[in-house]
Ligand binder design. Structure first.
Ligand code: NAD
Length: 334
């Protein structure tokens, strides 16, 4: 059994903890929280809870939430830690992991240099093999890799232009926004293009981004120039071979992200997660050599299967296809 610790039990951390608990070859040995809030109470019911700083122990004791020690104690008892602390803490935490000789997976909010490799299960599983430090790319980059890698590997891509319409914040947050505005990113290309190249290095891609007042999903409008001739049906057939892509038809009533997430609620999964990338099949058109399509990303959960596969790539000899199959079957991705 691969012993996995979770440092940072928020949107991503709690989902990865539950997904790891469903795997036959891995177990959660503990999760780390900083403050004794309702999330800590829920975490303590499910897992062994540890505190990020010794100075925080007293507050947990006073609130009656049982803890088993500090993050250092947990790191001495695991094979790998999934760092899902707020973005920007990765470099500092990496020093702690080195001190305890523990492998670590970081999330997409960290700089690419935090890891020896960036990771996407379909595109570069083997690059994480045996590594000490790996970064699972962000929800947006994971989504781009899901739809672009199959096209890149089967048809070839000359150039991608993508406009990312980003959700303002996650549903559990009341502080970030925008609330009644559309906020463009003024750097060109937005950081998403260079992030995509940490996975497919020779991808010719530009990106622009806007933030909008919604919490459900990100949406991407993609235009790309194909190397080989193909029809929109050829493209749909290619995507159809990948379980982590789900095709939706607007004619079935999927007119917006609202209906896609309503469908996700009907699936009966934990937290109504949609691990799959959603692509509107009737948005996919090929005009001459240009493929255009629109996709939507459940930002809270799309990176969860990737974290599970990254754990296997770094700590076991399980192959790419086998790992993806194990992860997908346990998470209900079919
Ligand atoms: P979050 O704020 O929901 O969760 C972070 C958790 O870490 C919180 O529970 C917080 O209390 C805890 N924490 C704070 N300081 C800590 C410390 N010193 N030690 C241990 N825990 C501490 O954040 P999130 O949305 O889960 O994001 C985590 C990472 O995942 C970021 O890099 C982010 O960019 C990335 N990511 C987020 C999303 C998303 O949509 N939320 C999607 C993909 C990737």
């Amino acid at each position: 059994m691969i012993k996995v610790a979770i440092n940072g039990y928020g949107t991503i951390g709690k989902r990865v903890a539950d997904a790891v608990s469903k795997q036959k070859d891995m177990q959660i040995v503990g999760v780390v929280k900083r403050t004794p809030d309702y999330v800590s109470r829920i975490a303590a019911d499910k897992h062994k809870l540890y505190v990020s700083e010794e100075s925080g122990l007293k507050a947990f004791e006073e609130s009656g939430i049982k803890v088993h020690g500090t993050v250092g104690d947990l790191l001495d008892d695991c094979d790998i830690v999934v760092d899902s602390t707020p973005e920007g803490m990765g470099d500092k935490n990496k020093e702690l992991y080195k001190k305890h000789h523990v492998k670590a997976i970081f999330q997409g909010g960290e700089k690419p240099t935090v890891g020896e490799a960036s990771f996407n299960a379909y595109a570069n599983f083997e690059e994480a093999r045996g590594k000490e430090f790996v970064r699972v790319v962000s929800c947006n980059t994971t989504a781009l890799m899901r739809s672009l890698f199959p096209i890149y590997s089967e048809l070839g891509i000359r150039k991608v232009n993508v406009t990312l319409v980003r959700r303002g914040t996650d549903p559990n947050d009341h502080k970030k926004g925008p609330m009644n505005a559309i906020e463009p990113s003024f750097s060109f290309p937005s950081h998403h293009a260079s992030d995509a190249k940490t996975i497919i290095r020779d991808l010719n891609i530009d990106s622009m981004a806007l933030k909008v007042p919604t919490t459900l999903m990100h949406t991407h409008v993609v235009l790309l120039d194909l190397e080989k001739e193909a029809s929109s049906n050829d493209v749909l057939d290619i995507w159809g071979r990948y379980n982590r892509i789900k095709l939706f038809n607007s004619k079935d009533g999927y007119k917006s992200t609202a209906q896609i997430m309503d469908f996700a609620r009907e699936l009966g999964r934990d937290r109504s997660d949609l691990f799959e990338l959603a692509i509107w099949k009737d948005s996919a058109h090929v005009n001459s050599s240009t493929l255009s399509y629109i996709q939507a990303v459940h930002q809270e959960s799309i990176v969860v299967p990737e974290n599970v596969d990254a754990i296997r790539a770094m700590t076991s000899e399980t192959g790419k296809e086998e790992s993806i199959k194990m992860t997908d079957s346990t998470l209900g991705i079919a």
